[in-house]
Design a protein. Structure first.
Length: 433
């Protein structure tokens, strides 16, 4: 038997909405009936195969989860637009669904149609914003090759680079995924000698330059501290990435097979031939993601920390001193990264530094504020002792231990303030107001 029918397409919203409200429940009822009596249906119609019944079951399932799918799509799209995760749009949509369901049971048809028109207009505007925001994220991800689920951007930092800058556009921040120091390619960052061994040398680099240690230098706050920053400067040097052992020690004591005397491989482990191989993505800055970091230089009047409306500052860490030679003003030739770091750890107690940034009394009072101004000055962060007096004591310790070192004190005079913070939602059950 063959059935054929025709209908007129609705031309106004009221007609279309009434048609959809009639057809959707009837379609669901028919699908449920077909699945419930699928065995009898197959006996009466040989063309109703098992795959056909399974397809109808999938249609029924997709129809039932359709509203939840639309809610989640809007929720995910709005996260792109506003730049951080929040469940407020999700709760508002669920509330709108429950409100309309109540109206369908307790109000007149004309009021239901009027409410449906209003909700349709609101959703149309929201979906327009979501489409624009999603398109922006796609363009940014394409330009930077750094989507959260895509391939990370790989960048070599050569020893000839004075300072290699990593930069994320559009208010995004760096997410360092991998860092290796050594040499994997003969041609990268300039060719090496022909005697360079491509088989043994990468194995030596894995031993001498621990990958976990290399990642800690690139991302750790005591060194370059690139993780979660908008921009960052890197230097490929054995001053920051020292070898665990020389290649000769590794070859004779670890790698060399028993009763075998081949020559030591030429791995050119001088700082002029090794480079830093870095993988990173640019990701959105979110309150529940990576910490935001701000640098306040000593030659600046003030630096502002600011959160969006409805959020407040949560200061998690503050350090005064210097970890990066390329941050703020340039350092002198007498600046020593290791000695100055030791001096800063001695002279500036970071617990006191954090208290000055957080608290109102004797400090800036940034904690739980929407906006706050910082000044990097020893008026707020006094040193425990001068670098000269510290160096005299340190020199005495080195002399007693028979350690050879330079007698001149390091120049640790150039400092800055670095603050790590998050913008969190202001809630009664959160931080104290």
């Amino acid at each position: 038997a063959v059935a054929e029918d025709s209908t007129y397409c609705p031309e106004e919203f009221d007609e279309f909405f009434k048609q959809r409200r009639r057809w959707t429940p009837s379609t669901i009822a028919n699908l449920m009936l077909l699945i419930r009596i699928w065995g009898e249906g197959r006996l009466r119609n040989q063309n109703a195969s098992f795959l056909f019944i399974f397809y109808q079951a999938c249609l029924l399932f997709s129809t039932l989860i359709g509203p939840a799918t639309c809610i989640l799509i809007v929720q995910g799209g709005l996260e792109y637009v506003i730049g951080y995760k929040t469940n407020i749009p999700l709760f508002l949509q669920i509330a709108a669904c429950l409100l309309y369901a109540w109206c369908c049971l307790n109000t007149s048809q004309s009021f239901q149609l009027l409410l449906a028109k209003g909700l349709t207009l609101i959703y149309a505007l929201i979906m327009t914003v979501v489409a624009i925001g999603t398109a922006k994220q796609i363009v940014l991800a394409f330009v930077t090759n750094s989507t959260a689920g895509g391939r990370p951007l790989i960048m070599p930092v050569c020893p000839t680079d004075n300072a290699k800058e990593l930069y994320c556009p559009g208010g995004q921040v760096l997410n360092i995924t991998d860092a290796k120091y050594g040499r994997l390619s003969r041609q990268q960052c300039g060719p090496v000698q022909l005697s360079w061994d491509p088989n043994y040398c990468p194995e030596y680099y894995d031993y001498a330059y621990n990958q976990t240690r290399t990642m800690a230098v690139v991302t750790g706050e005591d060194y370059f501290d690139c993780q979660g920053k908008e921009r960052c400067n890197l230097i490929s040097s054995e001053d920051y990435f020292p070898a665990k052992d020389p290649v000769l020690f590794w070859w004779e004591n670890i790698k060399l097979p028993t009763n075998s005397t081949p020559p030591t491989p030429d791995c050119s482990s001088s700082s002029s031939s090794l480079y830093l191989d870095l993988s990173y993505r640019c990701i959105s800055r979110t309150p529940t993601g990576l910490l935001q970091r701000t640098i306040a230089c000593s030659d600046e009047d003030n630096v502002a920390l600011e959160c969006d409306e409805g959020t407040e500052l949560d200061i998690t860490k503050a350090t005064y001193g210097r970890r990066d030679p390329n941050q703020c003003s340039a350092v002198s030739s007498a600046w020593d990264p290791n000695l100055c770091r030791d001096y800063f750890d001695y002279a500036f107690d970071q617990t006191d530094t954090l208290a000055v940034v957080q608290n109102e009394e004797g400090g800036f009072g940034c904690q739980n504020k929407t906006r706050c101004n910082l000044i990097a000055s020893e008026d707020y962060f006094p040193a425990r002792d001068s670098v000269l007096h510290w160096w005299e004591n340190r020199l005495q310790e080195l002399t007693n231990s028979n350690t050879t070192t330079n007698l001149e004190p390091p120049d640790c005079s150039s400092v800055y303030l670095e603050v790590s913070y998050q913008c969190i939602l202001r809630t009664p059950t959160g931080l104290l107001q």
